[in-house]
Design a protein around this ligand. Structure first.
Ligand code: MG
Length: 368
């Protein structure tokens, strides 16, 4: 086995392409600002997001990445803007249903979208470990490009750093996103009122369990698939059809649905109550959680959100979501109730209503 393979097998674990032993790898010189770095940027990074122009005079100012200036110059945005940033350190880099590239785009795009913004621009910063195969980097960049096209966001600026072996685990990515706030903007968790209804947009815990099974090589059949996907379409359809009836939206990432409910309970000073039998969980995730002693409510999602709507509008919201093929499992899971002793309660299948734990930390590290 080569040094490259023995150093960090997770680079290749579950990778959808096979990497030749003698393939080109990233060296420290690729991050040093010289010819090698320029070649890496032009031939691998810029080429993933658009063709280099032959004459820089011909570049329109809407192609800020191609200008290669120190900062991207962007057209004025009408009204307020939203800005979000997130870093991605998922292990392994490839998992059923996605990879670090798609995750880095959808993670930031979803944060903008649930905040009421139309995502417009992203920056992309790569921190690459010396020895990382360039073929794998190309694969990740292609995922970034596909996800950006899918969500109509433009990659407008970026950065590349290379660090010595063992200083990072293969590849870390940071994305920052800019979006335009679009009316109507949901008032948010502070505005939750007694009687508001809670919806989840799909089966929960898919992402965390998919990553965990890939990392630990748990041979579950069928392998759990991550829900890593954009929420932009669901949000725009919901906003179009329900307008101000939407009280709050939040993507249920680290800490899962339970973390969102606890944050909302804290912000609104109400109690949020959910029914266990209504919560959509796939048989694979249910099985894996039982095996591992996890509660799917605490497991991360990357394309599933919790939505709160005004009293009496959950059925309408669920019907709208279910009209989209990706959200056919959207479900009304509970409601906001008068403040009780516990901030979040769950009516289990058997027995009385119980408090739902607020996750102390992530049960699964490095899932995003
Ligand atoms: Mg979020």
């Amino acid at each position: 086995m080569s040094d490259l393979q023995s150093h960090n097998p997770s680079w290749q674990l579950h990778c959808p392409i096979s990497i030749p032993d003698n393939g080109e790898v990233i060296t420290l010189s690729h991050g040093e600002g010289g010819r090698l770095m320029r070649r890496l940027i032009h031939e691998h990074i810029i080429s993933a997001f658009g063709t280099m122009p032959s004459d820089s005079q011909a570049v329109h100012q809407n192609d800020p990445l191609l200008l290669m200036d120190d900062a991207a110059r962007l057209p004025a945005i009408d009204g307020e803007i939203a800005l979000s940033t997130d870093s991605f350190v998922v292990s392994p880099l490839f998992f059923p249903g996605g990879d670090i590239g798609s995750l880095a785009v959808y993670g930031t795009v979803n944060d903008l979208a649930v905040s009421g913004a139309r995502p417009l621009y992203l920056t992309l910063s790569l921190i690459i470990e010396e020895g990382f195969p360039i073929a794998l980097l190309d694969h990740v960049l292609k995922s970034v490009s596909t996800a950006a096209r899918h969500t109509a966001v433009q990659i407008v600026a970026g950065d590349t750093k290379v660090v010595p072996r063992h200083a990072v685990d293969g590849l870390f990515i940071n994305t920052a996103g800019v979006g335009q706030l679009v009316d109507p903007i949901a008032p948010g968790a502070n505005a939750l009122c007694e009687g508001d209804e809670l919806i989840v947009t799909g089966p929960i815990g898919q992402h965390g369990i998919a990553v965990l099974c890939a990392r630990e090589e748990l041979a579950l059949e069928p392998p759990p698939q991550s829900d890593c996907a954009p929420l932009t379409r669901a949000i725009s359809v919901l906003r179009e059809r329900m307008g101000m009836r939407i009280r709050a939206m939040r993507d249920a990432t680290r800490g899962g649905v339970a973390a969102v409910l606890h944050e909302w309970a804290g912000a609104s000073k109400q109690t949020l109550t959910i029914n266990q039998c209504d919560i959509p969980v796939s048989p694979e995730v249910r099985g894996a959680c039982e095996l591992l002693g996890l509660d799917p409510l605490h497991v991360a999602n990357e394309g599933t959100m919790v939505v709160a709507v005004e009293p009496g509008h959950a059925d309408c919201a669920v019907e709208i979501l279910r009209s989209l093929p990706e959200f056919v499992h959207a479900t009304h899971i509970g409601s906001v109730t008068k403040k009780g002793i516990s901030p979040v309660t769950i009516a289990r299948t058997l027995g009385p209503e119980q408090p739902l734990d607020d996750p102390l930390g992530a049960p699964l590290p490095r899932i995003c």
